[in-house]
Design a protein around this ligand. Structure first.
Ligand code: ADP
Ligand code: GLC
Length: 483
């Protein structure tokens, strides 16, 4: 079958610009599609983050003046080609003075509206400058969600006539990009206001994600369960009605894992490597994690968690349930995460209350995250909602038995273990409260106390194969269906 031309538009891309799973998802899917013979290109803002390849080449001639206005002026925009290793998608970065301030992916406020509006505006000139006519412009989350709108507007007619179609993937509907309509002109949307959804025009706002939901040819999210959840008020974050209207074009495709980047047998960031058949290295990682955190795990299960500190992640359940176990020394636990200052303060206090039993690592650190996956016996994800979740998938491959809430992608990726049959990959609890999580941890403790059961559930978890090689063909089929 003919190969496809795909342009991904994203705010995050691992390893250069990562805040969460979005970065890993785009990198992993992009690589898998390249392996399958497709022409894949990725467009990101140039945040000038450390680690981003320095050797960029300006695409000549410099193609456009920014339609996005800053301080009453339209800065010049540079489109840069970023040299990548063989096997990687082609990477382009968009940069404009003041519009993409160096050093951070997000920044909040109107700055974000401008930098991500510019990202969407850059799609059409990028295609012109590179002579690339994508079959699909695959947009990720609200940051890229104006691209389908702009492609439906006057500037996109040439590409659309040549068959370019759009897919918007919703990774996290909790973040929509909602701004005052007074910004419409600054965002370069004057020619497209007729395409903005009515409720937003009535409310005097611009909602990037809602605009994308209304405009894209197809919509997807990152697990089948979440695709059905999104249609309900409990999960739709106010956009469930918009999604119900477009439910015929909404699908759920589970994320994959890039085992080239996530495998304890050759993870260069770990102090020791291991596999399911030889777990000695895992014991060394556990000892290293305990040493680093001052945890006295002993024979207790060491429970890990790596998470953005956000309401979505249900970490208040951890705050409420953990003391029941820490008080009586039944587990040791470590949390690695940054985010909400209130949660940060609560976990700092919890760590002070339980020295040697609970550790809080208030950092964003890739190597440390991998040490937690590798060093932990169990790994918890108590999310209120979780479109897919990658951390539980990494935990499984690294031999940390997941304790997760039955929601979204967590439900789709972890099966509750059943000792008599030996089937199952972790502990799955239902209720989003402290008793729910405590039940999930009790189940895990029961298996941990029985070495045969524990070996089985851990081996099952490590053996599950969530490779992108299985998931990328599902995107491929979706792209083809749009042509
Ligand atoms: P989300 O995208 O909602 O944050 P995911 O589970 O899909 O959730 O992905 C989270 C990703 O971010 C994982 O790769 C995880 O290891 C990483 N991560 C989260 N917090 C940290 C941190 N403090 N340091 C390093 N990596 C982190
Ligand atoms: C989002 C979701 C997470 C998902 C990730 C990658 O950040 O919160 O569940 O795994 O995107 O798709």
């Amino acid at each position: 079958m003919a190969s496809l031309r795909i342009l991904m538009v994203t705010a995050e891309l691992a390893p250069f610009a990562k805040a969460g799973g979005l970065a890993d998802m785009v990198a992993g899917l992009g690589r898998a599609l390249v392996r399958r013979g497709h022409d894949v290109r990725i467009l990101v803002p140039h945040y000038r983050l450390p680690g981003f390849p320095a050797a960029t080449l300006a695409l000549a001639p410099d193609p456009f003046t920014s339609p996005v206005r800053l301080g009453g002026t339209h800065p010049p925009v540079s489109l840069l080609a970023v040299p990548m290793a063989p096997g990687e998608p082609r990477l382009y970065a968009v940069e404009a003075p003041g519009l993409v301030p160096p050093g951070s992916i997000y920044g909040g406020g109107d700055d974000e509206a401008r930098r991500f509006a510019l990202l969407a505006h850059a799609v059409i000139p990028l295609c012109a400058a590179t002579g690339f006519t994508p079959d699909v412009v695959h947009c990720h989350d609200w940051h890229a969600a104006l691209a389908p709108l702009l492609l439906n507007g006057p500037g996109g007619s040439a590409l659309r006539e040549h068959g370019t179609r759009t897919l918007l993937t919703l990774h996290n509907i909790g973040y929509q990009g909602v701004f005052d309509a007074a910004l419409t002109e600054d965002l370069g949307l004057a020619a497209c206001t007729g395409l903005l959804p009515d409720p937003d025009r009535a409310a005097g706002q611009v909602n990037f994600l809602r605009a994308g939901i209304a405009s894209a040819d197809a919509l997807s999210t990152v697990s089948p369960t979440h695709a059905t959840e999104l249609l309900t008020p409990g999960y739709g974050h106010g956009l469930d009605g918009d999604l119900r209207e477009r439910s015929a074009v909404l699908t759920g495709i589970l994320n994959g894992v890039d085992y080239g980047a996530w495998d304890p047998a050759n993870d260069a960031l770990l102090p020791a490597r291991y596999s399911a058949t030889d777990l000695a290295g895992k014991a060394a990682c556990r000892a290293a994690l305990a040493g680093l955190t001052g945890l006295q795990a002993g024979g207790r299960p060491l429970v890990g968690c790596v998470s953005r500190l956000a309401t979505q992640k249900g970490l208040h359940l951890l705050l409420q349930a953990l003391p029941r176990f820490l008080d009586v020394g039944r587990v040791a636990a470590v949390l690695l995460g940054t985010g909400d200052p209130a949660l940060q303060a609560e976990f700092t206090a919890l760590a002070a209350r339980y020295p040697g039993r609970f550790a809080f690592l208030d950092r964003h650190d890739e190597a440390l995250a991998r040490l937690v996956y590798a060093g932990a016996d169990a790994f918890t994800v108590p999310s209120l909602y979780e479109p897919c979740g990658l951390s539980q998938l990494y935990a499984m491959r690294y031999g940390a038995v997941p304790v997760v809430r039955a929601t979204g992608g967590l439900r789709d990726t972890v099966d509750h273990f059943d000792p008599p049959t030996g089937q199952g990959t972790g502990s799955v609890f239902r209720d989003a409260d402290a008793d729910g999580l405590a039940w999930g941890l009790e189940e895990m403790l029961r298996w941990f106390a029985d070495p045969v059961a524990w070996r089985q559930v851990q081996a099952n978890a490590m053996a599950v194969d969530f490779s992108w090689d299985h998931q990328a063909p599902l995107y491929e089929a979706l792209y083809r269906s749009l042509r």
